[in-house]
Design a binder for this molecule. Structure first.
Ligand code: RAM
Length: 331
């Protein structure tokens, strides 16, 4: 070995020894959410921390933009690439816009999965849906239809117009409407961007534009609270039923006051927990991202990947006067 080579080898050993404690023991997994300040994602973060503690040697980097935009998430992904994280688990604000940045991450050996709200297949290795998309689509309509035996006019207040998950659920809902709920009339779909102020304004706009509205369906935990607050403030309880996907801890007051009869959701803590398990399994090579592969999600069970390397966690659960109190203490 030449003197120069020896010097390099010695330097490499020194460097390796210097960084060993952090890199050998800590796998850095970034949990990237649609936006910060959303209670649903805070609950998922809790589950992610539970999984990290259970598995050991994982540092969870919880991050997201202040508003639910793809641009904000692209900046974050670029920063995470520079930080050389081991894995990125993202709930995406857009199925396509994030693909180039996430591809760059994968090119650099970073494991990439999406969860909750997916990215197109070429931008991730695995996608974890909370639940079956068609089932969620049907559930959100049924939640309104159950309380409209004669049928009626409903409107959807969604999150952002590019959100993969909400758009898929709304498309599924529109597909089954004519066949399964022929007397339910979907009059409009509007977007509150998972922003409380914009969601409030959009809910007010719906009420002003459609005086005969019977229900507002908000398949977003942010939108559903905003809509129920508007119905409460405008003395419309009993006239407009607010329903959709809600976090029991945030929504209990609106089941209690009658602004809503019932809502649904899956366990967001379990969703964050499962995302970490999947990212960890792929990053360590314990699991492979290929159709038919089975991946353990710890105490939640296991998933089997479909042809698009996607899988679903569990069925949504319904909350009403009989059980929201109990669940509001959990998430
Ligand atoms: C909001 C977000 C999230 C969605 C839930 C139901 O918190 O849009 O992506 O899954 O609602």
């Amino acid at each position: 070995m030449s003197a120069l080579k020896k010097l390099f080898a010695a330097a490499a050993v020194t460097a390796a020894m210097f960084v060993a404690p952090a890199s050998a023991q800590d796998m850095k997994i970034a949990l990237v959410v649609k936006s910060l300040g959303n209670g649903f994602f805070d609950a998922a973060h809790k589950g992610a921390m539970d999984a990290a503690e259970e598995i050991g040697g994982i540092e969870v980097i919880y991050t997201g933009p202040t508003s639910a935009t793809a641009e904000g998430q692209i900046d974050i992904v670029n920063t995470l690439i520079a930080q050389q994280v081991d894995a990125i688990a993202i709930s995406a604000n857009d199925p396509d816009a994030l693909v180039p940045a996430l591809k760059r991450a994968m090119d650099r050996g970073i494991t990439v999965i999406s969860w909750d709200s997916g990215v197109a297949q070429e931008g991730r290795q695995v996608h974890l849906n909370p639940s079956d998309t068609d089932l969620i689509g049907e559930t959100i309509i049924k939640l309104a239809a159950d309380y409209l035996p004669e049928g009626g006019d409903v409107a959807i207040l969604s999150a952002s117009s590019t959100a993969t998950n909400q758009n898929a659920w709304i498309a599924a809902a529109e597909r089954i409407l004519p066949e399964k709920f022929p007397n339910i009339n979907l009059v409009a779909t509007v977007y509150g961007d998972d922003d409380p102020v914009k969601s409030t304004n959009e809910a007010k706009g719906l009420i002003a534009s459609y005086p005969d509205l019977d229900a507002i369906i908000a398949p977003t935990t942010v939108g559903v609270v905003a809509a129920a607050q508007v119905v409460t403030d405008d003395n419309l309880i009993g006239k407009i039923n607010v329903t959709g996907l809600a976090l029991p801890s945030e929504f209990k007051q609106f089941i209690d006051n009658g602004a809503s009869q019932a809502v649904a959701l899956w366990n967001p803590i379990d969703l964050g927990y499962s995302a970490i398990h999947i990212a960890h399994a792929l990053a360590t090579g314990a699991a492979t991202a290929e159709p038919g592969a089975t991946i353990s999600i710890g105490k939640v069970g296991e998933i089997t990947l479909d042809d698009s390397n996607s899988a679903a966690m569990a069925a949504p659960f319904q909350f009403d006067k009989s059980n929201i109190e109990e669940f509001s203490k959990i998430y």
